[in-house]
Design a protein around this ligand. Sequence first.
Ligand code: NAD
Length: 358
Amino acid sequence: MTLFDSPAFEGHEGVHAFFDEKTGLKCIIAVHSTARGPAAGGCRMWPYASSELALEDALRLSRAMSYKNAMADLELGGGKSVIIGDSRTQKTPALFEAFGRAVEDVGGKYWTAEDVGVSPADLMSARKHTRYVAGLEGHPAASGDPSPVTAEGVFRGVQLCVRRALNRDLDGVTVAVQGVGHVGAYLADKLHAAGARLILTDVNEEALREVAARTNAAVVTPAAIFDAEADVFAPCALGGAINADTLPRLHAKVIAGGANNQLADPEIGRALFERGILYAPDYVINGGGIINVAGEIRALERGEAFDAAWVDGKLARLTQTLEEVLDRSRHEARPTHEVANEMARARISGAAEKRAAA
Ligand code: NAD
């Protein structure tokens, strides 16, 4: 495979590879699109087995950020960076300073933030050499933990989907939540407060016990969550929860949760549609986190403090966008994930045309 033939390349504007001899930094910054604004997406540090796999991941994640940012109606494009290395053993402040220089070299076309293996402290090191860093701590523009905002967006999305698919509100509806980490725990609290009955699971038994106790929830093993007698399935753990093995076991009429990459492949999305299961496209319903980060970028760019009201306005808009996806899916008799992808591509190409005409 060469770069331009990769299925994940799909029109990337730029792909930048950096090597720093002194610190051993090997990093790729992929900029999928800046049509709507500077590309924004987190930095992932992962011990990729090859640079080809790192490149593939950077491209895939960067394109996904373009789609997510467009559907969240942000004036941001999509990008992502990956650092090849083990975050448990190979992290140093100097490595992240070198990463900061790499981000600076991209000249403001890419804003970085946290992702797997990267902490706020690492970002502070990067910030010594570039201002294009969000996810700061102790700064008036800092946006803090995005999880509550993500969970609020998911909660509103679940509410909307339940109204659409079951024609009722959340009171008495049974929701199976897979994963009660940052997003799942906040979501469980909100659902409980709205009168939903909960079935929870997590591989972390302590967290599971704690959240279940305060939300009066039933608890099942991680393997049994797919068989739960629930109206809604909310994946809030890792990707790929909906696959050929789990799909036939699901009872839910709605799938709506915070996890990224819930569908093992696009065909599963079509299978859900054909079974009459309403699926809230993951990158639309979980856009609250990036909206929160965008609030920080906006504050930094303007030299202002973080504005929670702006974030809330965007979150309200996100639920409207999800509603538009559901409407179009119904009217056009097409799966929701296909509609969402088409809308995202149209928003990006629309912005590119406007820019070209200006
Ligand atoms: P987290 O690590 O805090 O929570 C994930 C939870 O899932 C953990 O408690 C973990 O023990 C549990 N888990 C892992 N494997 C499991 C399994 N097989 N069965 C049941 N539970 C399992 O992560 P998070 O920040 O809550 O994110 C959850 C998901 O939402 C991820 O896919 C993430 O990419 C996505 N997401 C998060 C945000 C955010 O703001 N945090 C924003 C957008 C998307």
